[in-house]
Design a protein around this ligand. Structure first.
Ligand code: ADP
Length: 462
């Protein structure tokens, strides 16, 4: 079979720049694709955080990552905005990035079968391929796949900025870019791509409904025949307690005592009481409405009056910063509130906690539950999107299942699931065998990378 040539375009890629799960995916899926024989390359902007000399680097076993350099647009500390909000020139920045992606293909003499675009930041690429570059021989065999990692972030801009795209003004209409009198890049990505995917099978269905469609459900329904959902995986070279040098002590499913050593060290570092028997509950999250933190706020006093410890790592909306700071003051003894982005502390929390909460309002895929599994930390999740596709309710009688789940977006439903988890936590034998069994689950890219290859082949018609 002909070797597939794929360029994955993303605004963030681990280990160079990350604000969320997109970076994890863009930094790990290509490694799995490369191992399966795809000629895969990656392209991203060169932000100030990219400490690399030159205009490319390699990751894994020689996967090339091209950097698009531009001092004005990308040489900044943050990716999309600062504490004052989104950068006002984001349309300039990502239109520039999208144009540069096509230019770079030509400079590198790499004519891809697929440009795999991700979210609004690269959504202009399919538009260019179908308009300004439509008759360019270099791209005559190039198709666009558009993956939606989060439909709620659409890349909306005032309509008078449309000329920044460099496209014919006539395209600012309801069939392409216009969305309630604004420019909507996500919409253009959906309209112009040869195929659309999202990051879990359940989210692929959910986004066709009014509740989850963020106003684009109608546009998506019209393209339903080319829409699919492929569950994200994680890279066990990056997330593995047996090899992780950022945690206090390495451990495996055969030696979960090592996990409890991590717990004690984390308790110590966080200035909490050092005691293995106190259940430790963690959250690592962007602090955004999506993540169900209002449910946490409503139960937290009752929860913290129980014998538990709560550790949070997150940054985001100011109102959640205020809320969690207040919580830390009210419960100084059993909370550790860390309002920042900190990759090392994140690993320590995944390793040291007993429970990990993801009560999301919606969740396209979610990676926290998969990382938690690998570290023997049991997720408590709301049944939505990728959480529904990856976490099964634990059954004490049969020992089946991998976590604790709830469905209604209500504080009492979340609290019920936590209380069930805490009661089973008291049964040490049952708990430890649950811990061991989730550590053995396989959420690597192996299966999902094959699904992507199938999709790529379908798109190119091979
Ligand atoms: P999203 O992409 O919506 O933020 P995901 O669950 O897909 O959510 O991915 C979140 C990723 O970002 C995970 O790898 C998680 O560990 C990480 N993360 C989130 N917040 C922080 C933080 N404050 N510090 C370190 N890592 C974080």
């Amino acid at each position: 079979m002909k070797i597939l040539k794929v360029l994955l375009a993303s605004s963030e890629v681990v280990p160079f720049a990350k604000t969320g799960g997109l970076a994890d995916v863009a930094g790990s899926l290509p490694l799995a694709l490369g191992e399966l024989g795809v000629d895969i390359r990656v392209i991203m902007p060169k932000y100030a955080s990219v400490k690399v000399k030159g205009n490319y680097a390699t990751i894994g076993k020689g996967v090339k990552v091209y950097f698009v350099e531009n001092e004005d647009w990308f040489d900044r500390k943050e990716l999309y905005g600062d504490k004052f909000g989104d950068y006002r020139d984001n349309l300039d920045r990502f239109a520039f990035f999208s144009k540069s992606i096509l230019e770079r293909c030509q400079e590198e003499d790499f004519s891809p079968d697929i440009i795999h675009c991700n979210d609004w930041q690269t959504a202009l690429v399919p538009a260019y391929l179908n308009t300004t570059h439509k008759y360019e021989p270099f791209f005559s065999k190039t198709h666009a796949l558009f993956t939606i990692h989060n439909l709620a972030y659409q890349g909306l801009f005032p309509k008078d900025e449309f000329p920044k795209t460099g496209l014919d003004q006539a395209l600012f209409n309801i069939n392409y870019f216009e969305f309630y009198d604004k420019v909507n890049l996500m919409k253009a990505g959906i309209v112009y791509s040869d195929a659309i995917s999202t990051v879990s099978p359940t989210y692929a269905k959910e986004i066709l409904t009014k509740e989850f469609g963020c106003g684009l459900e109608g546009v998506l329904k019209r393209r339903q025949d080319i829409l699919s959902g492929i569950l994200n995986g994680i890279d066990y070279k990056a997330w593995n307690p047996e090899t992780d040098s950022r945690i206090f002590r390495k451990y495996s499913a055969e030696d979960i005592d090592g996990k409890y050593v991590n717990k004690e060290m984390l308790q110590k570092e966080a200035a909490l009481k050092v005691d293995r028997d106190i259940p430790m509950i963690g959250i690592i999250s962007r602090l955004a409405d999506q993540k169900g933190l209002d449910l946490v706020a409503k139960i937290i006093d009752d929860l913290l009056n129980m014998k538990v410890q709560f550790i949070l790592l997150g940054t985001g909306d100011n109102r959640y910063h205020v809320l969690f700071e207040k919580m830390a003051k009210a419960h100084p003894k059993n909370t550790s509130i860390n309002l920042k982005f900190d990759a090392t502390l994140a690993q320590k929390i995944y390793a040291g906690c007993d429970l990990f909460l993801i009560p999301s309002r919606y969740e396209p895929c979610g990676l926290g539950q998969m990382i938690s599994f690998k570290y023997g930390t049991i997720p408590v999740v709301r049944q939505t999107g990728g959480l529904k596709d990856s976490v099964r309710e634990f059954d004490l009688k049969t020992g089946a299942g991998s976590g604790f789940t709830f469905t209604d977006y209500k504080p009492e439903a979340l609290f019920g699931a936590i209380k069930k988890a805490l009661s089973i936590y008291q049964n040490k034998d049952a708990w430890n065998s649950l811990v061991k069994s989730v550590m053995g689950l396989d959420f690597s890219w192996k299966a999902s990378a094959k699904e992507y290859i199938k999709l790529y082949r379908k798109i190119v018609g091979a």
